[in-house]
Ligand binder design. Structure first.
Ligand code: COA
Length: 223
């Protein structure tokens, strides 16, 4: 799209991708999106899983992406159809009250959200975003985790059912080196379907991995 802002610090990999065809027109991917780029987008109404598709859910989600993109060490990837946001993937440091916030800054990141607009699912957009994020060496020395919580799964918009949806999560994340981890972290423990998915970067220092593993079960601290 012509009018979208080009950030002065963008490197080669952040340039617009070659557009990919879809039933709703060509889809373009963009990595390392700065806030000013995201502010130029319009939200697709099929976005909003994290607000249960309430009115304004899509606009709220886009505003949240702008905030994430402004955080230090964050990364936002999007797919858009002519400036209409149809998918995103975000990474950010652990929240301050998270047990993983105690790990060295920059060496641990949360994959905070992945979503594809309802009308464009099953076309490989989520897989493409994940591929773009993990094909660079950016996360090689890092631990990335995702809290896959059933409350934000779009079970109503899917025919998969809980077990099938969970399996889809395992496939989507598993294809990029994530494995489910056992933890007593309260958000994960809240629902039996929830998953903590963890990717240990191939060059993550052994001491970091050991420190992370020691945080997984804390028994008395947060129960
Ligand atoms: C989860 C979500 C991002 C997947 O997006 P998508 O673009 O439809 O996913 P893809 O087309 O890239 O498919 C990813 C994998 O799931 C599988 N999959 C996707 N839709 C499927 C379906 N309806 N039935 C079975 N498998 C399916 C694909 O086969 C693929 O696996 P494979 O590469 O091993 O074949 C999308 O459903 C979504 O936005 N859901 C709402 C938000 C959400 O649940 N986010 C995750 C929170 S933890």
């Amino acid at each position: 799209m012509q009018g979208l802002i080009q950030h002065p610090n963008m490197n080669q990999s952040d340039q617009p991708s070659q557009a990919r065809p879809s039933p709703q027109g060509p889809v373009e991917f963009r990595d390392h999106c700065p806030p000013e780029f995201l502010r130029e987008l319009l939200p697709d109404p099929g976005i909003g899983a994290f607000s249960r598709y309430a009115p304004q859910a899509a606009a709220r989600q886009l505003a949240a992406l702008v905030k994430v993109a402004a955080l230090p060490r964050s990364r936002v990837l999007v797919a858009h159809c002519g400036g209409r946001l149809v998918a995103y993937l975000t990474f950010h440091p652990p929240e301050a009250d998270s047990r993983w916030a105690s790990l060295p800054p920059g060496q641990i990141l949360e994959l905070g959200g992945i979503e594809v607009a309802r009308g464009l699912r099953g076309l490989g957009l989520a897989s493409q975003l994940m591929r773009r994020a993990f094909s660079s060496p950016d996360f090689d020395a890092t631990i990335v985790y995702a809290e896959a919580l059933t409350w934000c799964w779009d079970l109503e918009g899917s025919i998969l059912g809980m077990a099938g949806y969970r399996h889809m999560m395992l496939r989507l994340f598993g294809a990029h080196g994530f494995e489910p981890s056992i933890t007593d972290e309260p958000n994960i423990r809240y629902d039996r379907g929830n998953l903590l998915l963890v990717r240990l970067g191939p060059r993550a220092p052994a001491a970091l991995v050991a420190q992370f593993q020691a945080t997984l079960i804390q028994k008395d601290d947060e129960s």
